[in-house]
Design a protein around this ligand. Structure first.
Ligand SMILES: C[S@@+](CC[C@H](N)C(=O)[O-])C[C@H]1O[C@@H](n2cnc3c(N)ncnc32)[C@H](O)[C@@H]1O
Length: 345
């Protein structure tokens, strides 16, 4: 038997500058336990650059879909406002605001109706949060001091920072209605969207409304890679994690495909040769090895139809109040309230 020769690679300074010790640890855990680079971490550092260029990274070159993602909250702003009992003011709580492009029309509508109480956001990427601040200040200069933007991970304990009741409780009556926004398909990039839904639902209170914007499977315009895995296309952000780990692009081939069992579109890299990734975690070296032919998922998107979306919300404690399609039909806006705590309280 011959020993396998691995190409040894290790991250450079930029990797350790970009990620906290806990994030480095979660990269190693994701690589070794589920052969995945956590996509949310690619919004940090260099991966954020695409968003500055005004581009929305996605695996669809379908511009009507991208356009709908940006406009659907504005299009249904009136119907959304009707979910907040008048005359309560509305606070927007944006989970992963990115460029803030999709939410600005809704903010404008609430402002015009004298119903905007405030805007608060949490994003894992300091770079994207700075972009959010710039874009909001440019469009709403009169409100610039009132935007409350915080850096953190909404899938963990940081969520309490933005949904804490104390800040929004008013001594003489109910606090504002709160719209908790999770836009741009972000929910379906997570390996376990149900867990994220339960986590968000547990932090919500009576009167809060969750607003999701998602691309769903309508059975038409299915991308050809749903039938067979193909080489590419990929977006630069999807390989940002591999780049930061110091894995040269000559070591692997990027593939796009559809996992029928999980109903997920994925981008993954397939190693062309054995690779050993050496990372320092808490001062100690850790090595994750990949054989030739092994794959690492770098992006995923749950691609399901309307009934699955509604069922998933119900199973994770939400009642759907509104379900609307954008112009292309494939982008939807879903408003849901934590079950047992109705929106029109
Ligand atoms: C797909 S983009 C959507 C941006 C924006 N909501 C939109 O619709 O255009 C995802 C955003 O969520 C942020 N994000 C992803 N995972 C996160 C997490 N676990 N905690 C906080 N922010 C996260 C990213 O940094 C990015 O700004």
């Amino acid at each position: 038997m011959t020993d396998v020769e691995y190409r040894a690679v290790s991250p450079g300074e930029e990797f350790y500058r970009t990620y906290t010790a806990a994030q480095v640890e979660s990269v190693v855990a994701a690589l070794s336990e589920r052969a995945e680079f956590p996509y949310e971490l690619t919004y940090l550092g260099g991966g954020s650059r695409l968003w500055h260029a005004g581009e929305t990274p996605s695996n669809s070159d379908n511009t009507p879909v991208l356009g709908d993602m940006d406009t659907i909250l504005t299009r249904y702003a009136g119907a959304l406002l009707a979910l907040a009992p008048a005359p309560l003011p509305v606070r927007i709580i944006d989970l992963g605001p990115g460029t803030t492009r999709p939410v600005r029309g809704l903010l404008r509508h609430l402002l015009d109706q004298s119903r905007l109480e405030g805007y608060r956001a949490i994003d894992i990427s300091a770079e994207l949060l700075e972009l959010s601040r710039q874009n909001l200040s440019a469009e709403f200069p009169e409100l610039a001091d009132g935007f409350d933007l915080r850096c953190g991970d909404f899938t963990g304990p940081d969520l309490a920072q933005v949904l804490a009741l104390a800040d929004d409780s008013h001594r003489d009556g109910p606090g504002p209605a709160r719209f908790v926004v999770l836009a741009g398909g972000t929910l379906y990039n997570f390996a376990d969207p149900g867990r994220v839904l339960r986590h968000v639902g547990e932090a919500m209170r009576e009167g809060d409304v969750l607003l999701l914007t998602l691309r769903i499977d309508t059975g038409v315009d299915r991308p050809p890679f749903m039938d067979r895995v193909s080489v590419g296309p990929y977006k630069p952000q999807q390989l940002a994690g591999m780049d930061l780990l110091g894995i040269d692009r000559s070591c692997y081939v990027p593939e796009i495909g559809y996992d029928r069992e999980r109903s997920e579109v994925f981008v993954r890299v397939r190693f062309a040769e054995p690779v050993a990734v050496e990372v320092t975690v808490d001062g100690r070296p850790r090595t994750v090895r990949f054989a030739a032919g092994d794959t690492v998922v770098v992006w995923r998107y749950l691609y399901v139809d309307r009934s699955v979306v509604v069922d998933q919300l119900a199973r994770n404690g939400f009642a759907v109040e509104l379900f609307e399609h954008g112009e292309s039909g494939q982008v939807v806006l879903v408003a849901a309230t934590p079950a047992g705590r109705t929106g029109a309280a």
